[in-house]
Each structure stands twice: as structure tokens, then as C-alpha cells.
Design a protein around this ligand. Structure first.
Ligand code: SF4
Ligand code: SF4
Length: 112
């Protein structure tokens, strides 16, 4: 019986093809609630620093003096906590595709 089950699995795997996608040539289809990149609506930000204080990985930096808001995308674990605590609701999580990059992982935005 075990051999029969194994054979079924073997044949299924032989004809199914790979379960992985050929990233980055092909991108996986996203579900409606897929968590993704943090976006900020800068004009709405009041630099209260709530997002920075509550971020569990220290990915966000808020500088009220220079009216700047920054995020280190490699540190972000996409928990979505910053979007929940922002009193102005100016943080949002989109599920747009982010192209692979060798560049800087930090993004900085400013109202100056
Ligand atoms: S989603 Fe989570 S880890 Fe990423 S910046 Fe917001 S609070 Fe920090
Ligand atoms: S919590 Fe919202 S309003 Fe406050 S600094 Fe962060 S993004 Fe700006």
C-alpha cells in the first residue's frame, strides 16, 4: 500500500512541473490581502513618531526637525503595526511588486 502511495506521488510530481516560480522573470499572483511595501502620504504626516516607536524592528526613522520620514525596507517585517498606530492614517501597505535591486534599502521622504 505504501509503495502504491509513493508511486502516485512520484507520478504526480513527474507530470506537474515545478511548484516554484522563475523569479524574477515570473512573479507570483498576489492575493487581495497580501502584505507589501509601506507607503506614506507625506503631506498628512505630523511627525509624531508613533510609527517609529511602535515598529518592532526599528525600521522607521522620523526626524521632525528636518520634516523627514524614512524606512529601511530590509528591516521591515511587514507586520503592518505602523499602519494601525498612525493617528493620521497616512501609512498604507500596498501589494505592488517590488523589483529586485542591489541598491540602497533605505527610502527617505521629506516635506521640505
Ligand atoms: S510594517 Fe512593521 S516592521 Fe514594517 S515598518 Fe511597519 S511596524 Fe515596522
Ligand atoms: S505615525 Fe503617522 S503621522 Fe506620526 S510620524 Fe508616523 S507616519 Fe507620521
Amino acid at each position: 500500500m505504501a509503495i502504491l502511495n509513493m508511486s502516485k506521488t512520484l507520478f504526480k510530481s513527474l507530470f506537474h512541473g515545478p511548484y516554484t516560480t522563475l523569479y524574477p522573470i515570473k512573479t507570483k499572483e498576489k492575493f487581495e490581502r497580501t502584505r507589501g511595501k509601506i507607503d506614506i502620504d507625506m503631506p498628512q504626516c505630523i511627525y509624531c513618531g508613533m510609527c517609529q516607536r511602535r515598529c518592532p524592528t526599528g525600521a522607521i526613522q522620523v526626524d521632525k526637525a528636518s520634516t523627514a520620514w524614512g524606512i529601511d525596507r530590509l528591516k521591515c517585517i511587514q507586520c503592518g503595526y505602523c499602519t494601525e498606530v498612525c493617528p493620521k492614517k497616512c501609512l498604507d501597505m500596498n501589494n505592488n511588486y517590488t523589483v529586485p535591486s542591489y541598491g540602497e534599502s533605505k527610502d527617505k521622504f521629506s516635506n521640505a
